[in-house]
Each structure stands twice: as structure tokens, then as C-alpha cells.
Design a protein around this ligand. Structure first.
Ligand code: LLP
Length: 445
């Protein structure tokens, strides 16, 4: 943070599209003051800008040629309201567990627009997919291929499937969220021939209908060349399948991964430009290989949900601590932490934090924003210069927390999960209520 004045600004490419700091210093989203929401629903609180979320759905749909080609990756954040928004936007949904499927179906999401993922789907999950009529099951292993064929036969159905392929691309992202290199658990290897063997088995299986291949290079990716390279490599396999099995696969699912800005000095990936480039590359490569270009599907999660949401905390204890170089570091504690946002602790992720209840004007001081959990690694913002007049009772919000924060939340220290509220046109709507001690005790037998 270069100056205190800039601390009061909200970087537009990081904060929700309808976030505004008013003249009195209070931040509103879609016309709803965040302090009012904190008062009504308590803190920590996730606040989702509905129009922001929907506008990013439309941006993706425009970029990739229609809403049905875009599967919102529900692992980023899913509840019934989100499933309804995605449905209303005409998009498809990617689910990666039997319970994500259950939430989608409970919301009335059409199964015919759901794609099912997972490296360890069991018979119950696969049966739920086949029974509900999901449009695609993405096969991740030879074992699953056989199991799904068996399950589909038992249901007297033929299930459309994609085969997940790892094209061997090193995505430049955190190791845990890169998924396309060889030495990891997902998919079939292109290089070793196991992907072609799986395609052959799927084409021969009586109760499976192979409609395409899938790959996902990783998450929070900024190097768009990775997507292109992956598509080009996977298309080689389309050509081999066409030549040797006589099958023209109509679809190519390129997964998600589009990077977003978490801080003022980051730039989000220009999805429209990347999509143009990618679709052109797919058409060109298909033409070179002499095959019909498949329809391209994508599965963005973070780029839709991430920027739509902020987490509002209340500041509690503030403590100045001497540090090695003789200086001090100010520890600003908030009333949540690694239970509602594990990403800084898990991946070293960085966030943009602002006081949202008033203007702050103090001099910059080396600060660390920490949560309320019983471990020193419970850090939300590791090292920033924040104004020295931040005080207990202020509301501090972290931006771009819509993806993989609530979704990865825990009950560590018996913390209850925060409420999630959506805002639109001056009105707030509770999407998920705050958990209570009774919810925790309800599990006891
Ligand atoms: N499709 C597949 C098959 C995936 O595995 C993923 C993410 C996506 C789509 C969506 O990727 P996105 O567009 O959201 O980048 N917990 C990590 C992210 C893990 C992503 C796992 N797979 C994080 O907090 O950064």
C-alpha cells in the first residue's frame, strides 16, 4: 500500500463491479452499505454481488460462443441460489462430488446440463449420475470406465462420457492447483498411450457413448499459451481416434483455470482475448489434422465466483510486536481466519483488504492481518503497510473471496461457518445462514 489515501480506494479490477465507497467513507455493494449487513447478519460475512456474478457468466458465455458451452465449476462455491443463477443464465454446471450433484438437483438444476468430475467416483456417485441423467461423466481411470459401464447397464441406459486427458503441460501456478503434468492423480496420459486405450475401451463399451475428451491445465493460470498447447495436443488424439476407431468426437472440454486479480497490482486474464485465440487455434489445428473441429466447452469457477464476493470481518485485538530487525509489526486480529479462508495458509495466497466502515487516515505501519484461531499460521494478510488508525470495531473486508473460501471452510476451533448474503439493486438476501453451536451439537449421537 503506497499511501494512506490509496488505502481508501477500491481497485476496480479486484473488487465487485458494484462496490462503491460513499462520500462518508462507507463502502456499499449494489447500493447496500456493508456496515448495515454486518449489523443485520453479523461478521464474518460473505457478501456476494449478484449482478457481478451474473455479468461474469455472460462475459464467459459471450467469449466462448454461448452459455451452454460454459460449465460453472461449482467447486469454487455452490449453494442452491448459485445453482439457480447459473441455470437462469442458461449455463451448464460442473460438479465433482455426489453432494455437489445433490445440491444442484435440490435447486432444480437440469441434470442434462451437468458434467460430473472426480478421480475416485464410487458406484453410488456414478449411479446417481446415470439415474439423474447428467449430460457427461468425465472418466478418470480404467477402473471407473468399467464400473460406469456396469452401472449404466444396470440402469438400462447409455451414458455420454468424456475422457480426461493429461496433456503434460506445466501450468505456472501453485503445485497443488496445477493438474496437467504427468505425475499427479487426474486423468489418462496422452504421452503413454493410456488415453487412446481408454478411448478405445469407451468406444467398445456397450453402455458408454464417448462424445469427447477433457483436459484442465490448472487453476489461477495467466499463461494463456498453456490452454492453447493443451488443446493442440489433445486434438492429435481426436485425429488418432478418427483414423483408427472411425469415430468423430463432437466435443472438447478444456476445463477452467482463468486467472483473476487478487491485488491492485495484478491483472486478470483477458478472457475474451484468450477465448478468441483458443477457438481460432482449435479450428486451425483441426483443419491441419483434417478433422471436424469439435465444439469447445469450458469450466471456469474462480473467474466467475471469485471477484463477485467480499468477506467482511470486525477488527478485534490490535498488538504491536517487536520483530528481528528492531522494528515492530502491528498484528490486527479479525473475527474469522483460516476457517473461512484457508488459501493464504495453504497456498500463500494474497488478498486486498480495506476498511469498509469509514475512511482511515493514519500513517502507514507494517501490519499483518490474522484470524482468531489457535495457531500462528492463521494469517490472512502476511505483510502490508496499513494506516495506523485502524482500530477495534472497524470493519475490514477482503476482496475476491467468492471462490474456494466458503467452499474450503472448516469448523476449526468449533467456529461456525459464516453467513453468505447476496446483494442486488439495494436489497440483501440471505443465501446461507450462519451456522450455530446447535448445528455443531446436532452431529453428536
Ligand atoms: N474443471 C476442473 C476439472 C477442475 O479441476 C477445476 C478446478 C475447474 C474446472 C475450475 O478451475 P477454476 O476456473 O476455478 O480455476 N482450491 C484451489 C483451486 C483448486 C481448483 C481445482 N480444480 C484454490 O483455492 O486456488
Amino acid at each position: 500500500m503506497s499511501s494512506t489515501e490509496s488505502f481508501n480506494e477500491l481497485p476496480a479490477h479486484v473488487w465487485p463491479r458494484n462496490a462503491v465507497r460513499q462520500e462518508d467513507g462507507v463502502v456499499t455493494i449494489a447500493g447496500v452499505p456493508l456496515p448495515d449487513l454486518a449489523e443485520e447478519f453479523g461478521t464474518p460475512l460473505f457478501v456476494v454481488d449478484e449482478d457481478d456474478f451474473r455479468s461474469r457468466c455472460r462475459d464467459m458465455a459471450d467469449a466462448f460462443g454461448g452459455p451452454d458451452r460454459v460449465h460453472y465449476a461449482s467447486k469454487a462455491f455452490l449453494c442452491k441460489t448459485i445453482a439457480n443463477w447459473v441455470d437462469e443464465e442458461g449455463m451448464s454446471l460442473d460438479i465433482a462430488s455426489v453432494n455437489e450433484l445433490g445440491i444442484a438437483l435440490a435447486a432444480g438444476f437440469p441434470a442434462g446440463r451437468i458434467t460430473a468430475h472426480g478421480n475416485n467416483k464410487d458406484a453410488d456417485f456414478l449411479r446417481a449420475c446415470v439415474r439423474s441423467g447428467v449430460s457427461h461423466v468425465v472418466l478418470d481411470s480404467a477402473q471407473e470406465l468399467e464400473l460406469l459401464d456396469y452401472v449404466a447397464a444396470g440402469e438400462a441406459k447409455v451414458q455420454d462420457v468424456l475422457i480426461r486427458v493429461k496433456p503434460g503441460i506445466e501450468a505456472h501456478t501453485h503445485e497443488f492447483i496445477a493438474t496437467s503434468h504427468e505425475d499427479q492423480k487426474f486423468g489418462f496420459s496422452l504421452a503413454s498411450g493410456s488415453a487412446f486405450a481408454a478411448a478405445t475401451a469407451a468406444v467398445r463399451a456397450e453402455n458408454l457413448n464417448l462424445v469427447g475428451l477433457h483436459c484442465h491445465v490448472g487453476s489461477q493460470v495467466f499463461d494463456a499459451e498453456g490452454f492453447k498447447l493443451a488443446a493442440e495436443r489433445v486434438l492429435q488424439l481426436y485425429s488418432q481416434i478418427h483414423a483408427e476407431l472411425g469415430v468423430a468426437l463432437p466435443e472438447l472440454d478444456l476445463g477452467g483455470g482463468y486467472g483473476i486479480a487478487y491485488t491492485a497490482d495484478e491483472e486478470p486474464l483477458d478472457v475474451a482475448a484468450v477465448a478468441r485465440d483458443l477457438l481460432t487455434a482449435v479450428d486451425r489445428t483441426a483443419a491441419e489434422l483434417g478433422i471436424t473441429a469439435p465444439v469447445v466447452l469450458v469450466e471456469p469457477g474462480r473467474a466467475i465466483a471469485g471477484p463477485s464476493t467480499v468477506t467482511v470481518y470486525e477488527v478485534g485485538t490490535i498488538k504491536d510486536v517487536s520483530i528481528e530487525d528492531g522494528g515492530t509489526r502491528r498484528y490486527v486480529s479479525v473475527d474469522g481466519g483460516m476457517s473461512d479462508n484457508i488459501r493464504p495458509a495453504l497456498y500463500g495466497s494474497i488478498y486486498d483488504a480495506r476498511v469498509v466502515s469509514r475512511f482511515v487516515e493514519g500513517d502507514p505501519v507494517a501490519s499483518r492481518v490474522v484470524g482468531s484461531h489457535c495457531e500462528s499460521g492463521d494469517i490472512l494478510i502476511n505483510d502490508e503497510n496499513y494506516p495506523d488508525d485502524i482500530r477495534p470495531g472497524d470493519l475490514l473486508a477482503l476482496a475476491a473471496t467468492g471462490a474456494y473460501c466458503y467452499a474450503m471452510s472448516s469448523r476449526y476451533n468449533a467456529f461456525t461457518r459464516p453467513a453468505v448474503v447476496s446483494v442486488r439493486a439495494g436489497t440483501a438476501r440471505l443465501m446461507l445462514r450462519r451456522e450455530t453451536l446447535d448445528d455443531i451439537l446436532a452431529l453428536e449421537v
